[in-house]
Design a protein around this ligand. Structure first.
Ligand code: GLN
Ligand code: ZN
Length: 769
């Protein structure tokens, strides 16, 4: 590759950076403020300090243009709601009284006022607060946060580029406000919203912004012609403004497809595009529209979502091709670095051999700078970096961790028959009925029981070495004993052990599987002040020994009723981890499935007749584009079946999912070939039972009759009413009685009362059959 006549030196930049700080100072400050332990001023100064540290680190690493406005006390979409003045009516007074407290009220709700709804940011595990709009929404510009953060960065002598959520994406992510007809289309507010953006842009220019980045990730999803027209109009109008900075319209999480020609033609000065695997066709698409003559192209060549070192030579080759397609090419990560942890250098316990394969935000920043240098000065300027990178990649590719012959041979030998139960569902159902001898409308729970402070304290004590493993396991057994005793007394039919030994439904298994890596400091924002440490699928996956069998068999030893084994499914294991980028997801899923299959088989061999494999992430991992979904569902359902198909016909396989909207994946749910499925339904009054029936779902189902998201205890009559509603759609032979989800976030008193009511309701309704 030659760094041919790049007219200007390539700049290195990022769209956003982890907000929390090295020691999660932001989380601590915000929660301290909520508890009244620190003042608003103290919180503000902690936040300003974190922003300054981030910018300075970026600048010192060689990033030429730092982002501003990406910082948030809670969520950048909520910040946008404030910026455009779209405050929900129920929060307006609170925001006017105290902007900060009102902001947190919108995010978290108060005793009297509900928060905004939270949902996933595209296909990441970050959650944003959904704007609530209606035909009466009146926008008003409030550029205060954007302007002051820009000024902070400029005052440090940095080149800074404010980052805004774009108007089209903002409206496409919004929903109808409560009380507004659900058919209301927020995008119809575009003409009202654009003048607000015009005002913010003018303010940012006045404050010294040369460029402003406007993020439109919604354009990488399937869009109707009307939506594409709206995007064209938005950027025609914003482009036509005279008092504005230069505009960089950014997209990420995939290729623009039909939206690319729209933006390429728009009168804006630059586009930022994703050029990673996720957007594979983007380069060809860009060539097909004739490139971006006269425009600045910011090329997202370093993957902003995974934690692997980049292949610098491959990225340079992409950048080299792009030089021929735009006026100026700059280098960036494919999306904000918000979605990766801060610094792999903080990991002290990681095998140094693996550590060199990892790139968190700080390491990615360095890669971006190296690429920009190579692009500007030629590869001669980065020979040492390229050699080191080549060695890191070779170490990973040649490692027995990533290439375990036994795991690979086993995965390669899988046949379609391995992923099929030995008998079809109707025959299995009969065998299970005979084997389990359950009553009609059998009662059960989803797995976890309240995770008490005592349990968390015991786990912390174990980590700190204050108690030994034997002492810890003694506590766990005592808890299981209590949970089983309660369930017997309450009269539940299929019991669980309560999952007291699990810190988290993915991490618990990741810690026990070979090839999975846990981090010490790999925190990533999930929402607000909640951060998670996703484990890393680093190598080939195998299960050195049984993971749950001793707990399940212990529970089973305490009772004559069936105890349900409880596992997290392969798709969820992938969805809530960082995945490998050196092999197809389907291959990783298959390895995880085979490891879990061994666990399922061992549970059965140890006498477990009912085994539940949770897949709450099956739907949330759906690819953004409809065209990519069938292939995903194909491998995802196969992985589930591979996990569960090794058992006898009379062993009953359950699955669980935490959501009620499933219409778009009902075929896939059927393809799982599970014997029983439990789903959320209490809040929608068993709507899901009707939908399952409408789709002809042939198996057993437990639409939740107890909403575990709230401490409220449903009375026996209420539960009985829900069951009668369920029976209108699902015959008694196939209807189960269970809560919506696990009980780990609930307290014991309400759990006891609610489950007793649930059993009473099942008995009442059984008597009516
Ligand atoms: N078995 C898990 C539990 O009960 C399921 C959790 C989930 O679906 N998210 O906690
Ligand atoms: Zn659930």
């Amino acid at each position: 590759m030659t760094a041919k006549s790049a007219t200007a030196a390539a700049r290195a930049t990022v769209y956003g950076y982890p907000r929390q700080g090295r020691h999660r100072e932001l989380k601590k400050a915000i929660e301290g403020y909520w508890k009244g332990r620190i003042t608003a001023d103290a919180l503000r100064s902690t936040a300003a300090g974190l922003r300054r540290t981030n910018w300075q680190q970026l600048a010192e690493a060689g990033i030429h243009e730092v982002p501003t406005g990406d910082f948030s006390y809670y969520d950048h979409v909520l910040d946008t709601t404030v910026m455009v003045g779209a405050l929900p009516a129920r929060h307006r007074a609170a925001v006017e009284t105290d902007a900060l407290d009102g902001y947190f009220a919108m995010a978290r709700g108060t005793q009297d006022v509900a928060p905004l709804e939270m949902t996933k940011w595209f296909d990441t595990n970050y959650h944003f607060l959904v704007p609530e709009l209606g035909p009466d929404t009146r926008f008003a510009a409030d550029s205060g946060k954007q302007v002051s953060e820009l000024k902070e960065a400029l005052a440090l002598g940095l080149t800074a580029r404010p980052v805004l959520v774009g108007p089209v994406t903002y409206l496409l992510l919004a929903k109808a406000a409560p009380g507004v007809d659900a058919g209301f289309v927020p995008l119809t507010l575009l003409d009202r919203l654009l003048p607000v953006y015009a005002e913010v842009l003018a303010d940012l220019r006045a404050a010294g912004a040369e460029w402003v980045q406007i993020d439109e990730p919604a354009l990488v999803q399937d869009r109707t012609p009307a939506e594409l027209n709206a995007a064209a109009r938005a950027y025609r109008d914003l482009g036509a403004l005279t008092d504005r900075p230069k505009l960089l319209v950014a997209s990420y999480f995939g290729r623009l497809g039909d939206a690319l020609p729209v933006l390429a033609k728009a009168p804006v000065e630059g586009l930022a595009l994703d050029f990673t695997e996720q957007a594979a066709a983007q380069l060809d698409d860009l060539a097909a529209v004739g490139g971006l003559p006269g425009k600045r192209l910011v090329a997202g060549v370093v993957n902003g979502r995974n934690i692997w070192v980049a292949d610098l030579e491959k990225s340079l080759a992409t950048l080299g091709t792009l030089l021929g397609l735009a006026d100026r090419v700059d280098v960036a990560a494919s999306c904000s670095l918000l979605h990766v942890p801060l610094d792999a250098g903080l990991e002290r316990d990681t095998d140094p051999q693996i550590l060199r394969w990892l790139a968190f935000a700080k390491q990615k920043t360095r890669e971006i700078v190296t690429l920009a240098t190579g692009l500007t000065q030629g590869i001669g300027a980065i020979t040492a970096e390229l050699a080191a990178n080549r060695a890191d990649l070779a170490s990973r590719a040649g490692s027995p961790i990533t290439h375990a012959p036994a795991v690979r041979a086993r995965a390669a030998a899988v046949t379609p028959a391995d992923a099929r139960r030995s008998q079809p569902y109707p025959e299995r159902a009969a065998a299970q009925r005979a084997h389990l001898g359950l009553p009609l409308l059998p009662t059960t729970t989803i797995g976890s029981f309240p995770q008490t402070d005592e349990l968390r304290t015991a786990r912390a004590a174990l980590r700190a070495g204050r108690i030994d493993t034997a002492g810890y396991e003694e506590r766990i057994r005592a808890e299981i004993q209590e949970v089983v005793g309660f369930q017997e007394k309450a009269g539940l039919d299929v019991l669980v052990h309560g999952e007291p030994e699990r810190n988290d439904m993915v991490q618990y298994f990741a810690e026990q599987l070979t090839g999975y890596l846990a981090t010490q400091h790999g925190w990533v924002q999930s929402y607000g002040t909640r951060y998670v440490r996703p484990p890393i699928l680093a190598g080939d996956i195998s299960r050195p020994e049984p993971m749950t069998v001793r707990w399940t068999t212990y529970a089973q030893s305490l009772t004559g009723r069936p105890v349900k084994g409880m596992l997290t499914g392969p798709v969820t294991m992938l969805a809530w981890s960082f995945v490998r980028d050196d092999q197809p997801l389907a291959d990783t899923a298959r390895q995880v499935a085979l490891a879990l299959r061994d666990e399922v088989d061992d549970l059965e061999a140890a006498g477990t007749s009912v085994i539940q494999v949770d897949e709450p992430a099956l739907r949330e991992t759906l690819p953004l584009r409809a065209a990519d979904r069938p292939a995903y569902l194909e491998w995802a359902t196969e992985a589930f079946r591979l996990t569960t198909s090794g058992v006898r016909p009379d062993t009953q396989i359950h699955t669980h999912m935490c959501y009620a909207e499933f219409g778009d994946i009902v075929r896939a749910i059927d393809d799982l070939d599970a014997d029983v499925i439990s789903l959320e339904a209490a809040r929608s009054h068993m709507q899901i039972a009707r939908e399952l029936a409408g789709h002809g779902y042939p198996r057993e189902a437990g639409p939740g009759v107890y909403d575990i998201h709230s401490p409220r205890v449903p009375g026996p009559e209420e539960v009985a009413g829900l069951l009668r509603t369920g029976l209108e759609a699902i015959p008694a032979e196939r209807l189960w009685v269970n809560p919506d989800c696990g009980l780990k976030t609930r307290g014991w008193p309400e759990t006891r009362a609610a489950l007793e009511n649930l059993v009473a309701a099942a008995r009442t309704v059984r008597a009516e059959l």
